[in-house]
Design a protein around this ligand. Structure first.
Ligand code: IKT
Length: 342
């Protein structure tokens, strides 16, 4: 495979870890990164170590959509010697996109149609390449499908929901489903321990809080950092989530594996420990062609971190997307569609 020159939109926990992780995967060259106030572009390859060191510890709680400005000092991407300030970071990257094979959209989707609108801007500029996101919410998939023709006409291969859940665990469910001819139930249950990663992943915590009773994406977006701390304190640092609106359901349905209503997603987040509070598990229950009923279980090792389980799959799906794109396959794809068919 030829080298893949990729860009990262957003330099919160996910964007930054993706740049770090890419140096351990073959053929991945980060060439552009941005946040709201700055952009760094070098088609020969960014100096990832310098960018990470410069942006370390200055992440806003919206996960890098904005840079943090403290004591009047410029921070975020512009703290890097490779970056320049800009008011149009995404347009600046689009302007250079002829030489960019793939773009990882690592921006929090705190407005439901934000990622679909970003995709639309790439299509309007006739971008021919791969877009990958790590979005969470089920309803966003339909918004991308509404734009599928536009993306296809442009020559874009869009891989949606390619983080951990949806993403890795959706793909695992698709694989586990292969023993069966009929699926009764898919249960996804995740555990995340975020003590040392808390600062870097405040955006994820904010998005998770939007799933709690009494909150939604709008109210969670407007919470101050102090209000988030108060919610975390109320739960003694350990928050359980049930029946989350996560796109694993519609992504498994669009791959023909089961009905969306047969999929449940939940989990436990512990922001006061680095140990996972529960083992991340995917359980797929179904009936085999020869009449047995069974449950296939896929487990992540407790030693693997959320960062590894989000960024590894996101970059893996990005590489798969580039293979598809180079083969002339355009449109919107979910992680389960890139697994064996059902
Ligand atoms: C996500 O980022 O995909 C969703 C988050 C859960 C990650 C699960 C990782 C499991 C593991 O590492 O064992 C959360 C819902 N924000």
């Amino acid at each position: 495979m030829d080298d893949i020159h990729f860009a990262v939109l957003g330099t919160g926990g996910i964007g930054r870890r993706a740049i770090e992780y890419s140096s351990s995967k073959d053929h991945l060259v980060p060439v552009a990164a941005c946040d709201r106030d700055g952009v760094a572009i070098d088609h020969e390859g960014l100096d990832g170590d310098e960018l990470l060191a410069a942006t370390e510890g200055n992440i806003a709680s919206d996960g890098g959509a904005t840079a943090v400005k403290q004591t009047g000092e410029q921070q975020g991407v512009v703290a890097s010697a490779q970056a320049t300030p800009t008011e149009t970071p995404i347009d600046d990257i689009i302007a250079e996109s002829d030489a960019i094979d793939a773009v990882l959209i690592a921006l929090p989707n705190l407005e439901h149609d934000f990622i679909p609108r970003v995709a639309e801007r790439f299509a309007e500029a006739d971008y021919e390449g791969v877009l990958v996101d790590v979005l969470k919410r089920s309803r966003v998939i339909g918004m991308l499908d509404d734009r599928a023709e536009m993306l296809e006409d442009s020559g874009i291969t869009f891989i949606c929901g390619a983080g951990a859940t949806p993403g890795f665990l959706t793909g695992a469910a698709a694989l586990a489903a292969q023993s069966f001819v009929e699926i009764e139930e898919v249960e996804i249950w995740w555990g995340v321990g975020l003590k040392s990663g808390y600062e870097d992943n405040r955006g994820t915590v904010r998005e998770d809080i939007a799933h709690l009773d009494g909150y939604d994406i709008e109210t969670a977006r407007d919470l101050t950092d102090e209000e988030i701390e108060a919610i975390v304190d109320d739960h003694d640092g350990v928050i359980e989530f049930n029946d989350m609106e996560h796109a694993d359901d519609v992504l498994l349905e669009r791959a023909g594996i089961c009905d969306a209503e047969d999929v449940t997603v939940g989990g436990i987040l512990d922001v006061r420990s680095d140990e996972k509070p529960t083992t991340t598990t995917v359980r797929v229950t179904g009936r085999t062609f020869d009449g047995e009923r069974g449950t296939n279980t896929f487990e992540l090792d407790d030693a693997t971190s959320m960062e590894a389980n989000v960024n590894g799959p996101a970059l893996g799906y990005l590489k798969t997307g580039v293979r598809r794109n180079r083969a002339g396959e355009y449109g919107v794809f979910g992680p389960a569609e890139l697994m064996p068919g059902f």
